[in-house]
Design a binder for this molecule. Structure first.
Ligand SMILES: *Cc1c(COP(=O)(O)O)cnc(C)c1O
Length: 388
């Protein structure tokens, strides 16, 4: 079986992890700080804060921006559950902005129209979480301009876009957002096993995220309310969590960071080749923006409907045929508001038609660093047979 995604672990990666395992610290040691600094430097953000996973990171990002009961958070329906759940963890309400059928990212025109309506109704979102689907950045300058106009904050869910470019810099530099969240799950571009990173440019925000990551606890003498205690002393200043990463994971992440440009270059080459090889097939190949190059976490194709117009039936048949032929395809994403849990919150099918139509025809083809040219040809041949 050729999987749809998989990690690449080199001997150097293994050696980096082994060094930590044989050192004095396996949890809160120096590799975490090095990984955070390395990722901040790579993206151009002022601060990096490593966390247990991107889901924890999204939760902390919402909390640090003050999301609480009665607040409203908007995100894309074409995403993984975590992009919406993070707002519910904080007691806030979630709503969605439908996607652009061309880019599969949250549609800026629909966002603007929804903001205008929300302003008239007196219920604007506190935070927007744009998701860089498949590794292609949303148009952040346009979203940032709307944030200025309507007064909401921005958390970029860049779980798919580690190493991607947008406009004049790297995704993660937070030039057009408050916080960017990366995921380092093994199917993503760079892995730490489980893990994530929060990038930001604001010192106070970074400090708050750090406080929330570890029980709301401070130890630095300068931060203590009671300065008269001893070296054992710590204080809890807010309600935080244990969302820390380990030094073992950070060592893997730091080693992988040294390979990130190679990871992304290979993914870009695979994507370009897919686009060429699929040119004569009745599938829509993924969007590539002029404003910034994707990191290609996924290579999603959209199966064009047959003569009967039944997209879902055709996708189901093509998907089954590919799996039978040993191609480990997947589907991204079942629109979050159509999930049973979200239906209980009041969402109903039909509310986000572009995301639902995209989902009905979507198949993610295998895309990962070590996918060989021969394997890629095998995937394309299998797809050709499945579509015949
Ligand atoms: C993978 C993913 C997450 C969650 O990442 P974890 O590190 O597994 O918690 C969140 N959002 C998106 C868009 C993802 O793809």
């Amino acid at each position: 079986m050729i999987p749809y995604g998989r990690q690449s672990i080199s001997d150097d990666d293994v050696a980096a992890v082994e060094r930590v395992l044989r050192s004095d610290w396996i949890t809160q040691g120096p590799a975490i700080t090095q990984f955070e600094r390395g990722m901040a430097e790579y993206t151009g953000a002022r601060h990096g804060l490593a966390v247990a996973n991107a889901t924890a990171g999204l939760h902390l990002a919402c909390l640090a921006l003050g999301v609480g009961k009665g607040d409203l958070v908007w995100t894309s329906p074409n995403t993984f559950l975590a992009s919406a759940n993070c707002a519910l963890y904080c007691g806030a309400d979630v709503d969605f902005v439908d996607i652009d059928p061309g880019t599969y990212n949250l549609c800026v025109d629909k966002l603007e129209a929804k903001l205008r309506a929300a302003q008239a109704a007196g219920r604007l979102p506190k935070v927007l979480i744009p998701v860089h689907f498949a590794g292609q950045s949303c148009d952040m300058r346009a979203i940032h301009a709307l944030a200025r106009q309507y007064g909401f904050r921005i958390i970029e869910d860049a779980s798919h876009a580690v190493g991607a470019d947008y406009a004049d810099g790297k995704v993660g530099n937070c030039r057009y957002s408050d916080i960017t969240v990366f995921s380092f799950h093994p199917v993503k571009i760079l892995t730490t096993g489980e893990g994530g990173m929060l990038l930001s440019n604001d010192d106070a925000l970074h400090r708050q995220l750090g406080l929330l990551r570890s029980h709301g606890m401070v130890r630095d003498p300068a931060d203590l309310e009671d300065q008269g205690q001893g070296a054992w002393y710590y204080e809890q200043h807010t309600l935080g969590y244990n969302y820390r990463i380990t030094d073992i994971q950070a060592a893997l992440g730091l080693s992988q960071l040294g390979r990130l440009d190679a990871f992304v270059a290979r993914r870009r080459a695979i994507a370009a080749r897919y686009t060429t090889l699929l040119a004569d097939l009745p599938v829509t190949t993924p969007f590539q923006a002029a404003y910034g190059e994707s990191a290609w976490h996924l290579y999603p194709v959209w199966i064009q409907p047959g003569t009967d117009g039944d997209i879902a039936a055709r996708r189901k048949a093509v998907f089954a045929s590919l799996r039978e032929q040993g191609i480990g395809v997947n589907v991204h994403y079942i629109p979050v508001p159509t999930q049973p849990y979200y239906r209980k919150l009041g969402f109903a099918p039909g509310q986000f038609p572009a995301a639902e139509r995209y989902y009905a025809g979507a198949i993610s083809l295998p895309m990962y660093f070590s996918l060989s040219d021969a394997e890629q040809e095998q995937v394309v041949d299998a797809l050709r047979r499945a579509l015949a």
